[in-house]
Design a protein around this ligand. Structure first.
Ligand code: FE2
Ligand code: FE2
Length: 240
């Protein structure tokens, strides 16, 4: 019997929003629960050749395990607290880590690009991603998150750009772009696995990419599947 919260029609984003620890199981089978969070369990499983009923059994078993660590329950936070949390953890991490990773990738490409030309594309990809994410975070911190906090505080926003749905739609598009860039990094580096000839900088870069991927997934999930839908619901409620 399928656990009711893991029915084939439940969306992947809502499943992880309800039980954040299950993100790791989705990661392990390669199901994108953040940008792809609006897909149902049945659709996500079909994309990976998995039987949704069998996977629901795994989810139900994993849901009973004790929490692995300090997982944040984004749904239990106020929107203001969640926006603060995202800035203080995920945005801070990206601001520090993206330039360091781009610098490592340049060094690796310079030294070993002759042996594996894909390393040149890796360096271009991480540099472009870093540039895009810095712009993206600035828009969230200077425009969207202040609107969300104001919406929660005052119940309404005096916005010149119309509904909050407009900046949200733009942020979701940019999340898709960032998700595609880390997927490309994974593909270009054979799943972030170093070959025998890889030097220490190369290995550190790959370990950094793996952490970047999992942090980005958690970050985008909190925005796409928790913060944004709740802000939209709040705005709709205020307008009613
Ligand atoms: Fe963000
Ligand atoms: Fe974002």
């Amino acid at each position: 019997m399928i656990h009711s919260s893991f029915s084939p029609d439940a969306t992947v984003g809502n499943i992880v929003a309800a039980q954040p620890d299950l993100a790791r199981l989705f990661e392990r089978v390669g199901i994108d629960y953040c940008c792809g969070g609006k897909r149902t369990l049945a659709q996500a499983c079909a994309g990976k050749g998995l039987d949704p009923a069998a996977f629901a059994v795994l989810l139900a078993a994993a849901a009973k395990l004790p929490a692995a660590g300090p997982t944040v329950d984004a749904r239990a936070m106020s929107l203001t607290a969640l926006a603060d949390h995202i800035e203080q953890t995920h945005h801070c991490y990206l601001k520090e880590e993206l330039p360091a990773l781009a610098e490592k990738a340049d060094r690796v490409a310079g030294k070993h690009g002759g042996r594996d030309p894909r390393l040149l594309v890796v360096a271009e990809t991480i540099r472009a991603l870093a540039g895009e994410m810095f712009h993206h975070m600035a828009k969230e911190e200077q425009i969207l998150f202040p609107l969300v906090r104001e919406l929660e505080r005052a119940g309404t926003v005096a916005s010149h750009c119309g509904s909050i749905a407009n900046p949200i739609r733009q942020m979701e598009l940019e999340h898709d772009g960032a998700g595609a860039a880390v997927a490309r990094l994974r593909e270009l580096t054979d799943g972030f696995v170093p070959d025998a000839a890889a030097c220490n900088t190369h290995r550190a870069m790959l370990a950094g990419f793996a952490r970047l991927e999992s942090d980005l997934h958690a970050h985008v999930h909190k925005e796409n599947n928790v913060l944004f839908p709740r802000a939209l619901a709040l705005e709709a409620h205020a307008a009613a």
